[in-house]
Design a protein. Structure first.
Lengths: 467, 390
């Protein structure tokens, strides 16, 4: 299907395939590999763009306080309090999306910033639940960003213990059927059933670690769900909280919810008690060969093609196991791999990638006058709202579609309109695509009726839609 | 831009011309099959993403185990619409119940695709590709259906910005969803057409996008659900409109707070169905809608006011000539020993067989050829006849 009318230069591959797109004020990297590897020391886990993000602990305290007030309020008050909370959550969400996008526009390490987006999508949350929306920005800032250059296991634990994930996949409400809390509740209200919710346990195995069809069974999922009981959030829901150990991000283990007994998961016995039980399981999942293959496949797909070569998956997978989930080792392998430098641009940009590269290409350093969140809605990829815990697809089939293409053309026109007399699309094309621009695109731009039409054509050109 | 009506005329004229020449080669030509299948039937596939709870949609109220398994989640039958001596319909499905009363809704229970594990994403892949295992087939069964239809009827549309898996494949399809962005100027549209003329992938997508754009009376019309439903109906009601459509619905994964959430989900589905019936006008008589999900939910309620991933679910078949007003189920029962793996409603009807039966009759396509194209690896049971009146 893909017509290759142009080949990417190594410099273009570095900035456009590994990075987030060239900027007009940046010189093309002279040594592309070196340029990428140097970004490990330039990366900012908490850059200026994110400075106003409220911390998880503060959001949680506020959320708990509001829930308490809501319980006491009468019907009328409840309604208006709910409305107000909804508005606050929406404002916070819009600000967080803007922070995410501005960080992508101004970052000194676009390759690592791309990896932040990759991991946030791997550990996807989705904001249909208002409570999740409240924590979405904080989740990325505190559970993803600090760990992208660290170890897979550490990111896994930060994610699975963050309130956003515990709320999104219903873990905070899961109760061991034989736990103290369940038995006491059964005495009080025998009709009301309380028990397991296997949602998070299943998605950890299927999506976050081992990968689907990697050998675990329904019984393993249920056993893991039993081990996870008690993993909860401070201040929310069931049980008293004295004597409990609250983590900085609001994670709390509630022993009274934990299902007593040993567990057997994928043939291995877990004799630990309390919080340590699921901790031991999660640590094993993080180090499993199936997890290594799963992560290797997703990374290779992201940087090479929708059907990534087995050779690269094998190498990445070996590095993952050999270096104990060290993520920078994986990134180094990607940079060193001949497969990632194939000159044909095999990846069709997702809406997020395309918008960010367009704004960078037009020289934007901030989003003044641009409401970025609704733009992503229009393009079909609302931030932190994939609608499923699998996150957004990373294949062309999902994004290269008739209506989606029309939307990009509409947006390109809008972005280009005010810039016509400030940027010369002919020169900009050369600069951004670093030589990888076809005669046809050059001609189309040169013949356009106005400078802004030329810019719009550059943004929707076959070269600019792919990486 | 393509004009479907012109295509039809051209094809028919070509066909007649070739027929009069009387070449023997022609007998092997696909046009023969096409000509015999000339109908203006519409087929709409509504997918429920997230595993919809069939047991609380088409409720087996008379099964002695139902109320006990569901506890507080059990639907009060006095509030639901009784369908027969075993099943009742969820109270949110008001308009659908009216269709049932007039014989235009048929429910089939304990239905499942060949998929037997419990991953949404694998389950949806099997449901949409028509394979027997996830990612075994690379295109969707709705797209493969297009290859069996005459060209005049092979236009398909996804009412979404992107094209869902079931419609992806060799035949170009279009997608449409109203936009809130300012429309692109005609000049820009023309220049983009030129820009993509040498790029096979983008050229095809762009032509399809321009086609859909020409069908929308008011491009950029409002995005609220009600007007979206009407817009979908207006596309399908056109004489030169698409014959095959797919509509996606999400939010069915009710692990918690199921009571309210499922009621809202079903209400939205009910509104969508009502808008389609109204908007299609006379065409409703020739329309068949299939509503299906990737798998069902656990027979018992879970510990958090919801249900977890299960196996069999219920499928709805709706439309003007559906031979409805009945529930078809080889009911396995909800007793402990009857449950699949001790927890889920056991599948007794193949979804693939059901879909093949409806399409074979609706489009008058040879059943064996149809099954081999849509679900090549499924071991289909004997196709059911009489699901439609015509």
């Amino acid at each position: 299907m893909l017509t290759s009318v142009f080949d990417m230069s190594p410099a273009a591959i570095a900035t456009n395939r590994f990075g987030l797109g060239s900027r007009p004020d940046e010189a093309a990297p002279a040594d592309p590999k070196k340029w990428l590897l140097a970004q490990f020391s330039l990366y900012q886990p908490a850059p200026a763009a994110w400075a106003n993000q409220t911390k998880t602990s503060v959001l949680l305290a506020d959320y708990v306080k509001k829930q308490m007030e809501m319980r006491k309020a009468d019907e009328e008050e409840k309604k208006s309090a709910k409305r107000m909370f909804k508005r606050e959550v929406r404002d916070d969400y819009l600000a967080a999306v803007r922070a995410r996008a501005e960080a992508a526009l101004t970052t000194p390490s676009p390759f690592i910033e791309r990896l932040v987006h990759f991991w946030a999508n791997h550990f996807a949350i989705s904001i249909e639940k208002p409570a999740v929306a409240d924590f979405a920005g904080a989740f990325e800032l505190e559970a993803i960003r600090p760990y992208v250059l660290g170890n897979f296991k550490d990111m896994l634990f930060a994610v699975e213990q963050h309130p956003a994930m515990l709320l999104y996949l219903d873990q905070a409400r899961s109760i061991g059927p034989q736990s103290m809390a369940a038995r006491r509740a059964a005495e009080r209200q025998p009709d009301k059933k309380r028990g397991l919710n296997e949602n998070l346990a299943r998605e950890i195995m299927e999506l976050h670690t081992l990968g689907v069809r990697s050998g675990y069974t329904q019984a393993d999922v249920t056993e893991f769900a039993r081990a996870m009981t008690g993993w909860s959030i401070a201040g929310i829901g069931n049980g008293k909280e004295r004597n409990n150990d609250v983590d900085t991000n609001g994670f709390m283990f509630r022993p009274q919810l934990h299902e007593p007994g040993n567990r057997t998961i994928m043939g291995k016995r877990y004799n630990q008690t309390g919080k340590a039980q699921a901790t031991a399981v999660l640590a094993d999942l993080a180090a499993s060969p199936a997890t290594a293959t799963h992560i290797a496949t997703k990374l290779a797909r992201h940087f090479v093609s929708d059907t990534p070569p087995a050779s690269l998956i094998d190498r990445l997978s070996k590095v993952f196991l050999q270096d104990g989930g060290n993520l920078t080792s994986l990134y180094r392998t990607l940079v060193e791999a001949p497969e990632t430098w194939a000159p044909t641009p095999a990846k069709f940009k997702t809406p997020w990638e395309w918008v960010i590269s367009s704004l960078r290409g037009l020289g934007r350093q901030n989003l003044d006058g641009i409401n970025i969140a609704p733009i992503l809605n229009q393009l079909g990829q609302p931030v932190w709202r994939p609608g499923s815990p699998a996150g957004y697809d990373d294949i062309a089939g999902t994004w290269a579609a008739p209506n989606a293409l029309m939307r990009r053309v509409e947006l390109a026109q809008r972005l280009a309109a005010p810039l016509g007399d400030k940027l010369d699309a002919r020169k900009l094309g050369e600069k951004l695509l670093i030589g990888a621009i076809s005669t046809q695109t050059q001609t189309a731009i040169a013949r356009s009726e106005s400078a802004s039409t030329g810019l719009a054509l550059l943004l929707v050109s076959p070269e600019f839609l792919r990486r | 831009m393509r004009s479907p009506t012109m295509d039809t005329q051209m094809n028919r004229r070509d066909f007649l011309r070739l027929l009069t020449v009387g070449t023997g080669v022609l007998l092997a030509s696909p046009y023969i099959t096409f000509a015999s299948a000339e109908t203006d039937r519409r087929f709409i596939f509504i997918i429920q993403r997230g595993a919809a709870d069939g047991l609380n949609t088409v409720i087996p109220y008379a099964d002695p185990a139902y109320a006990k398994l569901r506890g507080a989640l059990a639907i009060d039958v006095s509030k639901a619409t009784r369908l027969d001596s075993l099943f009742a319909l969820h109270p949110s499905l008001v308009e659908t119940a009216k269709l049932y009363a007039s014989g235009q809704a048929l429910f089939v229970h304990a239905v499942a695709s060949p998929y037997r594990d419990r991953s949404h994403f694998d389950g949806q892949n099997v449901l949409e590709t028509g394979g027997t295992a996830p990612y075994q087939m690379k295109d969707g069964w709705l797209n493969r259906l297009l290859t069996l239809l005459p060209k005049s009827q092979s236009e398909a549309i996804a009412f979404a910005s992107t094209v869902p898996m079931a419609l992806r494949g060799k035949v170009e399809v279009t997608s449409y969803a109203p936009s809130a962005l300012p429309q692109a100027s005609d000049d820009l549209l023309m220049r983009v057409s030129q820009l993509y003329s040498n790029d096979a992938q983008l050229h095809a997508l762009w032509m399809a996008a321009m086609d859909a754009r020409s069908m929308a009376d008011e491009p950029g019309s409002k995005q609220d659900p009600a007007s979206f439903d009407k817009l979908a109906a207006s596309f399908l009601a056109r004489a030169d409109g698409p014959r095959i459509a797919m509509i996606e619905t999400g939010g069915w994964d009710t692990h918690t707070g199921q009571e309210g959430r499922l009621a809202r989900q079903l209400k939205a589905l009910d509104t969508l169905v009502a808008s389609l019936r109204e908007g299609l006008g006379q065409t409703w008589q020739k329309t068949t809608i299939v509503v299906a999900t990737e798998f069902g939910r656990t027979a018992a309620a879970n510990g958090t006011g919801g249900t977890d991933h299960g196996t069999a679910s219920a499928t709805m078949i709706l439309g003007g000539d559906v031979n409805g007003g009945r529930v078809i189920a080889d009911w396995p029962g909800l007793g402990n020993s009857a449950l699949y793996e001790g927890r889920d409603l056991k599948p007794t009807t193949h979804l693939d067989t059901l879909i093949s039966s409806i399409i074979a009759q609706g489009f008058g396509v040879d059943p064996e050829k149809l099954a081999a194209t849509l679900f090549p690896d499924s071991k289909l049971s004997k196709l059911t006849t009489g699901l439609l009146r015509s």
